[in-house]
Design a protein around this ligand. Structure first.
Ligand SMILES: [Zn+2]
Length: 426
């Protein structure tokens, strides 16, 4: 089995760097490079759980109608994508079950459809005179306000991603779903995921951050599409209260769309109308299409970059550490470097020092393009291993690489300098 893929790419205006990791089981299966193969659509609530109530309708029914319409549009518009529904009927499933359906389907994207509600407000509409006896049994009269309830005017759409306070839970969902994360369900991946090493955690957290960025991107696109048809957008937000479980229990990018306020009579009519439902479904579908197109552009760029590079050649894993001898542990090679200003000087990045030996292709190095070298050292009686990445012509490139490495979780990464093949910064 081989993992690969690496790519940092600017998404949107390029301020947010997003990392796309993709692992695959065979090197010659370009079809697996599709970033979105399965989309899971979740109609919120259902059956005995009606969700929010409007004057005459229930959230569960609006959510189901729009979820089915969205699915139909996507099935037609994206024939290469499998659409999975957590429910297609008025059925109750516990939210854990809904998350399990998404994980079993190995979704690449999870979209949960809900409606908002805000409690009625009350206002004073008049006063009445009330008579009562005080402690001295004396009759007293007073003015008492008369209240009337009226619908909360809150309206508009919101799209949620999981709250960062649930990051650990999301990481655990990834850990428990190696088949989604790696396209593989082997003993090797299970072992890796069960690993309590900090390095496994770094890798999982990195992936989780990628999913967070992707979820946030989609939520922004959904809200943008709603705005374009004249809806009021209350924004893309982090969800911290009820309804969050499906967002962090699914091992994939996930968003929750609140279509509107069923508690607002005007919006309740819109949410229940055929035109309104088709407009909302189309908005979400367009956002999904834009999201998918963006990801595919990035994947394509990565693919062409990889094809331009020399072909990988597998090398035997060297297990026995030998004191002070540099051992190449990587199968990856780099494009030939352009001539440097001073050809005798080049730079590398020391990623970390660890007592553990990581084989070539170790998952934690997957996102780093280029050679990973291991240097074995003895510290007293302990054997330690330095992991050194790449070869860079200029100091600026090396510093950019350090930045990249730190984003991958190699917090202590730093630049090392070589002259005529000898390390000179020790
Ligand atoms: Zn709901």
């Amino acid at each position: 089995m081989r993992w690969k893929r690496v790519l940092f790419s600017g998404l949107g205006i390029g301020l947010i760097y997003t990392l796309f990791i993709h692992a695959k089981t065979t090197p010659d299966s370009p079809v697996q490079d599709k970033p979105i193969r399965t989309i899971v659509i979740d109609a919120g609530h259902g059956g005995s759980d009606p969700g929010a109530r409007g004057r005459y309708s229930h959230e569960k029914d609006v959510a189901l109608d729009v979820a089915l319409k969205l699915g139909k549009i996507l099935e037609e518009a994206l024939p290469d994508v499998k659409i999975v529904y957590t429910r297609k009927t008025d059925r109750f499933d516990d939210v854990h079950r809904k998350a399990a359906i998404a994980n079993e389907a190995q979704g690449d994207l999870f979209i949960s459809i809900h409606c908002n509600a805000a409690a009625d407000l009350s206002r004073v509409v008049g006063y009445k005179t009330q008579t009562y006896r005080n402690k001295k049994k004396k009759k007293v009269t007073r003015q008492v306000a008369i209240y009337e309830k009226y619908p909360n005017p809150a309206k508009g759409t919101e799209t949620y991603v999981w709250a960062t306070s649930k990051n650990n839970a999301k990481t655990e969902s990834l850990r428990n779903n190696s088949v989604i994360v790696f396209d593989a369900n082997s003993e090797e991946t299970k072992e890796l995921m069960a690993n309590s090493d900090p390095e496994t955690l770094i890798m999982l957290n990195t992936l989780r951050n990628v999913y967070f960025d992707q979820s946030l991107r989609l939520s922004t696109l959904v809200e943008d599409e709603f705005t374009r048809v004249g809806r009021i957008s209350r924004g893309a937000r982090q969800r911290n209260d009820k309804g969050i479980l499906v967002l962090h229990a699914t091992a994939m990018p996930s968003v929750l769309v609140e279509l509107g306020f069923i508690s607002n009579p005007e919006e309740e009519n819109y949410l229940n109308s055929a035109d309104g439902q088709s407009e909302m479904a189309n908005c979400i579908a367009r956002a999904v299409k834009r999201y998918k197109d963006e990801l595919e552009r990035i994947y394509k760029a990565a693919e062409s970059g990889r094809k331009a590079a020399p072909v990988e050649t597998p090398a035997p894993v060297q297990q026995a550490p030998v004191q002070n001898i540099a051992t190449s542990v990587s199968v990856k090679t780099e494009a030939p470097p352009a001539p440097a200003a001073d050809p005798s000087v080049h730079y590398k990045v020391q990623l970390m020092t660890s007592e553990k030996i990581y084989a070539r292709g170790a998952t934690l190095f997957q996102k780093l393009d280029g050679t990973i070298e291991r240097e074995d050292l003895k510290q007293g009686k302990k054997k330690v291993h330095k992991y050194i990445w790449g070869s860079f012509r200029t100091e600026a490139e090396a510093h950019a690489a350090v930045y990249k490495a730190k984003k991958q979780g190699f917090a202590d990464a730093f630049v090392v300098t070589y002259k005529n093949g000898e390390r000179v910064d020790l």
